[in-house]
Design a protein around this ligand. Structure first.
Ligand code: C2E
Ligand code: CA
Ligand code: CA
Length: 711
């Protein structure tokens, strides 16, 4: 090949290559342009290109959808032509500013007229385009926002409507924070209900502070948190100024917002009306006390609880005379005063009601389970208190009026099992009391009546006996294994002139323990025992220890130690010749205090003995904490010795235990030789019982001291 041909081929190839390259380049450009055009055509936004003076040089196809114009028909026209005249000036300014300040982009909303002359709201985003660093024009993206604005306005209108509905609703509406209870929103009735003048004072305060009853509030919130909502709960709320109102509240938790939405209605007025009707139905208008119906319902409720109850029917004696003498106004006032007094004297759990004209009725509740033995002493005490209440003269309008009452008592279940029957029976008992001469009381049950009368009589006589030193001490010797007297127990007897013989302690000690007279009686017998023991020593008898019984009630007195020390000082007895017998129940109740008292007595030199040991429930391990010298095995364990294996085991265990703890053991109520043999065999230290001596009067005891060494 020659050189020219080769250069022609090379040139051809170069031209062909260049053409191919150019072809590819153009194709890529066309591909780009068609892609770009397709993008513009499919866009829902209208795109308009304008020059610096606003003359349109390009309009995308969607401009037709937005403005109604065919795109080519607006090319060459000013963009401002389609802007409504009101907006035109501001748009012009915007463009001018964009040109002058070289703003890259700006956005505005404006109104334009479409091809049919309709006004449309459009949102306009303008970006400038540059040529040789100078602004040549703008690319304007147009979006029709007419519908959106209509929707927004409708929403705003609705919101305003809703706001006004919310604020002016006929119920209180509240939104509170679920966790903190702080008020987030409230309508007018909502904040007014709580006594606020301004919503803004109320918002931010804690709703939790507005509940009048904290327990009730916590229960409501618990229920709300458990169920997510509560309906129509009646709650007593507290206003800002501290006054209260009844609100009916329904609440719902909104978990996603972390709030509680509540509807509140002030129901104070309807509650008051309800209360008024309730008052009229169940309360006596004169005295304000519950009436018969309410009382009857209450009895039924108590009966359902299987509790013993007592009803007292209290009749004012000779009320008719008072009415006749002073007039019914004074009569009414008297009833009101007595109602007030009665209400004060009973416990809250009891109920006092107006029964009839001059009769009141009282329900004493919870006086034991219906199967328990009857606690008559409680009832007697209350009856006495009631009688006393009536014994004080009442002054009405300058008139000193003396009143007495007759009281009838009926018991459930003893005197009836249904309310009307019980009420009738206690009224009958009240009439019996009136027949008996008034100013007295009477049980519906005749047997109980007798008991009550006896008890009242004993109590009266006992009170007199204290002042007259009618109490004497008998002494029962305690002996050792050889029968020698090593001490004595002082046992009280009442030498009552109105009763035959000496009254044994079980007939009056329990009563004296209940009415508190045991303190005086106990002091009398302690002093007497110390004096007589001293006397024996003065008479030349070998000194012996006298054991005096202390009732648990006496032991619990705060001035016990001072009293005992005083008696010791005044009688001159050496404390080591005095022993105090106390039952387990007496010292186990108030452990710390008991140990303190016993330690002080023991340090003073007085011996301590635990009486009736084995009948209480004292924990054996606790015994070692107490400064005790002697345990007395109760008679009930001695009675069946030696035949009964259980009694034998108990007696032997007590002896072992006592010895292990360093105590002496006394067996009480030893009556037979066999009992004695068994106890001696098992190392019991001392004995007391009819086998040796019965309790003896002072003179006989003195004699026995002289002969004891012979036994
Ligand atoms: P207690 O302290 O357990 O007194 C023992 C009781 O058993 C005495 O009855 C005594 O007479 C009786 N007794 C003694 N040995 C025998 C026996 O072998 N066979 C039988 N069957 N009985 C025997 P008493 O004197 O009737 O006293 C009864 C309870 O009255 C005493 O029981 C004591 O708890 C209380 N008591 C007696 N005097 C006083 C006192 O001054 N103050 C206090 N608070 N209570 C006293
Ligand atoms: Ca005793
Ligand atoms: Ca005893």
């Amino acid at each position: 090949m020659d050189c020219e041909l080769i250069s022609a081929i090379v040139l051809l190839c170069a031209v062909a290559g260049l053409s191919a390259y150019l072809f590819l380049l153009r194709k890529r450009y066309y591909d780009h342009e068609t892609g770009f055009m397709a993008m513009i055509e499919s866009s829902s936004e209208g795109i308009i290109v304008v020059d610096r003076s606003g003359i349109i040089s390009f309009a995308s196809p969607s401009v037709h959808n937005l403005l109604g114009y065919e795109p080519h028909t607006i090319v060459g026209r000013s963009f401002l032509d389609s802007v409504v005249s009101d907006n035109r000036e501001s748009v012009e300014k915007l463009f001018a500013r964009a040109v002058n300040s070289r703003e890259r982009k700006f956005t505005t909303d404006l109104k334009i007229l479409n091809s049919s002359g309709q006004c449309r709201e459009i949102s306009v985003h303008c970006s400038n385009y540059l040529h040789a660093k100078a602004i040549r024009g703008f690319v304007i993206n147009i979006q029709d926002i007419t519908e959106q604005i209509i929707i927004e306005e409708t929403l705003k209108k609705n919101d305003r409507k809703y706001r006004s509905l919310y604020d002016n609703a006929m119920v209180g509406l509240l939104t509170t924070d679920l966790e903190t209870g702080l008020v987030i929103a409230a309508n007018d009735l909502g904040f007014h209900a709580f006594g606020y003048d301004s919503k803004y004072d109320f918002i931010g305060s804690s709703i939790l502070d507005h509940y009048s009853d904290i327990q009730c509030r916590d229960a409501l919130i618990d229920e709300l948190k458990k169920k997510g909502e509560v309906h129509k709960k009646e709650i007593l709320f507290r206003r800002k100024d501290g006054s209260v109102f009844w609100g009916e509240i329904s609440s719902k938790i909104s978990m996603d917002k972390g709030t509680i939405e509540s509807v509140l209605i002030d129901v104070t007025k309807s509650k008051e009306a309800e209360e008024h009707v309730y008052q009229l139905t169940f309360y006596d208008p004169l005295t304000g006390l519950p009436n018969r119906d309410m009382f009857q319902n209450r009895i039924q409720t108590e009966i359902l609880k299987s509790q013993r109850i007592a009803l007292l029917c209290i009749g004012i004696d000779k009320f008719k005379n008072i009415n006749d003498m002073y007039g019914s106004w004074i009569g009414d006032s008297l009833l009101k005063i007595m109602a007030k007094k009665l209400k004060k004297v009973y416990f809250n759990k009891d109920m006092v009601a107006r029964f009839a004209g001059d009769e009141f009725i009282v329900l004493l509740s919870e006086i034991g389970h219906r199967d328990d033995t009857l606690k008559l002493d409680i009832i007697d005490k209350i009856v006495q208190k009631t009688n006393f209440l009536f014994s004080e003269p009442v002054n009405i309008d300058g008139n000193e009026i003396e009143v007495t009452s007759s009281i009838g008592i009926a018991l459930y279940p003893d005197d009836g099992t249904r309310a009307p029957e019980l009420m009738k029976n206690c009224e009958t008992a009240m009439y019996t009391a009136k027949e008996r001469g008034r100013n007295t009381s009477c049980y519906y049950d005749a047997k109980l009546n007798r008991k009550m009368m006896d008890r009242l009589k004993v109590e009266k006589d006992l009170r007199k006996a204290i002042g007259k030193s009618e109490f004497i001490a008998h002494y029962q010797p305690k002996v050792d294994g050889d029968g020698a007297i090593i001490g004595m127990e002082s046992l009280i007897r009442w030498n009552c002139p109105e009763r035959e013989g000496l009254v044994p302690p079980f007939e009056f000690i329990p009563l004296a323990e209940k009415n508190g007279m045991i303190i005086n009686i106990g002091n009398i017998i302690l002093r007497k025992s110390c004096e007589e023991n001293m006397l024996l020593q003065k008479l030349g008898f070998e000194p012996k220890c006298v054991a005096v019984n202390l009732s648990p009630y006496q032991f619990s007195q705060p001035d016990l130690i001072d009293n005992i020390k005083l008696v010791i000082r005044e009688t001159g007895l050496d404390p080591r010749w005095l022993e105090l017998e106390i039952t387990e129940s007496g010292i186990m109740k108030n452990e710390r205090e008991s140990i303190r008292k016993l330690s002080e007595l023991s340090e003073f030199g007085i011996r301590i003995s635990i009486d009736d040991f084995g009948t209480g429930y004292s924990s054996l391990s606790k015994l070692k904490l107490y400064p005790i010298h002697t345990l007395k095995i109760d008679k009930s364990f001695v009675d069946d010795l030696p035949g009964d294996p259980l009694s034998a085991t108990i007696a032997v265990s007590i002896i072992d235990l006592a010895h292990n703890l360093g105590f002496k053991v006394v067996a009480e109520g030893v009556e037979t030789q066999e009992q004695l043999e068994f106890l001696k065999e098992n190392r019991c230290d001392q004995f007391q019982g009819y086998l040796f001596y019965k309790p003896l009067c002072f003179e006989d005891f003195k004699k026995s001291l002289g002969t004891s060494s012979a036994k």
